[in-house]
Design a binder for this molecule. Structure first.
Ligand SMILES: [Zn+2]
Ligand SMILES: [Zn+2]
Ligand SMILES: [Zn+2]
Length: 548
């Protein structure tokens, strides 16, 4: 296995891996990639680790969810009225499986070695042990591209990925060996912890008589130093696996997916179909352009992002939003570079007073919902309001940006409008507290959730529309979070009886927006695609009500 095989693999997907002075290496497009298309699918190095709190909800082998009815499993589905049922391993009583086949795959592949191990509650420990088992099985020829990988193939096809070769586990392992681990810069406490974990696993595998049969193993587990290198690589390359609603439930090592660099304004997103990782484009990507995903929430401020990226991944971000220190000092701030200044600071609550429901309700009651028709046709650039309040901010952002997403204007046109908005927000006077800070976003989100829980639909519709405006300001327009939020907002509008038909019409418009965004972020096939179908089914209900 060599770089040539990796190059060929990427080439079959229209990608190239080139070296980069700042980023070590980067993935660039060799052909134009349309927005909403699959860049590449990637497989895990070992079976991903389901968080202990989520184990009872997912089959450990095929990842299908308890109670679900999607038929992407490996064999006959054990289904009763309530959807998919899971059964526990009768020995450890900790891992769950949907059927005998999934249990057998797990048992032969890894479970018999972890079932009696009482230490399998620490994520690093668990991941390391699974990876050692996986690599040794591959090297000794015990690993067969089995039903497990057939599931992955099916999921990959479901993600409508027509071209490009399938990733072999040998390639996965090779790419893992090339990943940066940043061993030299980890802090001493972390190193001690890694050493303990590595030593414990080594001893445990020897006591358990795990068969190290491959040529390079010479009957022994990898050395402590080698195991520590693995841990360092997990540390800065692992992924949290999430479902179609973006709820995380597992952690996995996807070496090919880890080749993509980070940007705080990414043009691609990482999604999952079962255990298969799917990288999708959020915008059209031109030949030679780098494909970037995001390692952190784009909704958080620069300081917090910097801390996360330095602490976990050991780099300073130079993306279009962060820029470099030098030009920052010279005060050269345009475009995305303004964004973080805008969203910084601002306590939600007058003079630092406690934020209570009554105060918040007052803040949102004044928001005027946009008319449905005004969201369909992009008009000339809107004049910014003379004073930015929650209400004028909402209406300014929604009226300016939503029509551009609905009509699918090119990214450049969209970002130009966005930059106009950023400069206007910077120069226009605003009320106190500043309506568009991350603190306000956090408070508004929890207030929105409370309003939904209590069924206060009229209020939830107003807060939800304000949050949509904030999301459009901060996140890429086709970010899955924006699409998911629109779906929830549309449900609030639909339930809002006070709003009458006006609210129903707006609900339909927001559903169309949700559909347009999720078609890009989730696609129309596979488990993620069923979400788009759900949105469309709801649209039909609303259309019936509208009599169209
Ligand atoms: Zn299963
Ligand atoms: Zn067990
Ligand atoms: Zn950045």
């Amino acid at each position: 296995m060599s770089d040539a095989i990796l190059t060929r693999h990427l080439l079959s997907h229209g990608l190239d891996l080139v070296s980069d002075s700042h980023k070590y290496r980067k993935v660039v497009a060799l052909r134009p990639l349309n927005k909403g298309s699959v860049v590449i699918t990637s497989r895990p190095l070992c079976n991903p680790i389901i968080f202990p709190t989520h184990r009872a909800q997912h089959c450990e082998t095929c990842f299908r969810t308890k109670g679900s009815d999607s038929g992407s499993g490996t064999s006959t589905i054990t289904e009763t009225g309530g959807g998919l049922e899971l059964e526990r391993c009768s020995v450890c009583k900790k891992r769950y499986y949907c059927d005998r086949d999934c249990f057998t795959i797990a048992w032969k592949g890894w479970h018999k070695w972890i079932c009696p191990d009482k230490d399998m509650e620490d994520l690093d420990y668990e991941m390391l042990k699974m990876v050692v088992i996986s690599i040794e099985r591959l090297r000794s020829g015990a690993f067969k591209e089995s039903k497990q990988s057939v599931t992955a193939t099916a999921a990959a096809e479901a993600a409508s990925h027509g071209t490009g070769e399938q990733e072999s586990l040998a390639l996965t392992e090779y790419v893992f060996s090339t990943l940066m681990g940043h061993e030299a810069i980890s802090d001493p406490a972390e190193i001690t912890k890694y050493k303990d974990t590595a030593t414990k696993i080594r001893e445990q595998l020897i006591v358990a008589k795990f068969p190290f049969k491959s040529e390079n193993s010479r009957g022994e587990p990898p050395s402590v130093a080698e195991l520590m290198r693995y841990l360092c690589r997990f540390h800065c390359n692992n992924f949290s696996i999430h479902d179609s609603q973006l709820f995380t439930m597992a952690e996995g090592t996807f070496p090919v997916g880890a080749l993509f660099n980070h940007s705080c304004r990414p043009n691609a997103i990482v999604m999952y179909e079962g255990q298969t990782q799917v990288v999708r484009t959020l915008e059209d990507i031109a030949i030679g352009q780098e494909v970037c995903t995001s390692y952190v929430d784009n909704g958080v401020q620069r300081g917090e992002r910097r801390q996360l990226l330095r602490g976990k991944y050991y780099f300073d971000c130079l993306c279009p939003r962060c820029g470099d220190e030098e030009s920052s000092k010279r005060g050269e701030k345009t475009g995305f570079r303004i964004l973080d200044d805008l969203i910084e600071g601002g306590q939600d609550g007058q003079d630092g007073n406690r934020v209570d429901g009554e105060w918040l309700t007052k803040q949102f009651e004044t928001i005027i919902l946009p008319g449905a028709r005004s969201l369909q046709v992009p008009g000339p650039s809107l004049q910014p309001p003379t004073m930015i309040t929650r209400s004028s901010f909402t209406s300014y952002l929604i009226h300016s940006l939503v029509p551009l997403i609905q009509t699918g204007v090119p990214e450049q046109e969209y970002t130009e409008r966005l930059f106009e908005i950023y400069s206007a927000l910077r120069t226009t006077p605003h009320c106190t507290p500043k309506p568009f800070t991350t603190t306000v976003m956090t408070n508004a989100t929890s207030f929105f959730n409370t309003s939904v829980e209590h069924g206060s639909w009229a209020l939830a519709s107003k807060i939800g529309t304000f949050i949509l405006a904030l999301y459009l300001m901060v996140y890429p327009r086709h970010h899955p979070l924006v699409g998911l939020h629109c779906f929830t907002l549309a449900k609030c509008l639909w339930n809002d009886m006070e709003g009458g038909m006006t609210s129903v019409r707006l609900s339909h418009e927001i559903l169309t927006l949700s559909r347009n965004i999720l078609t890009v972020s989730h696609g129309r096939t596979g488990q993620n695609g069923s979400l788009v179908k759900e949105v469309e089914a709801f649209m039909r209900t609303v259309e019936t009500e509208l009599g169209s």
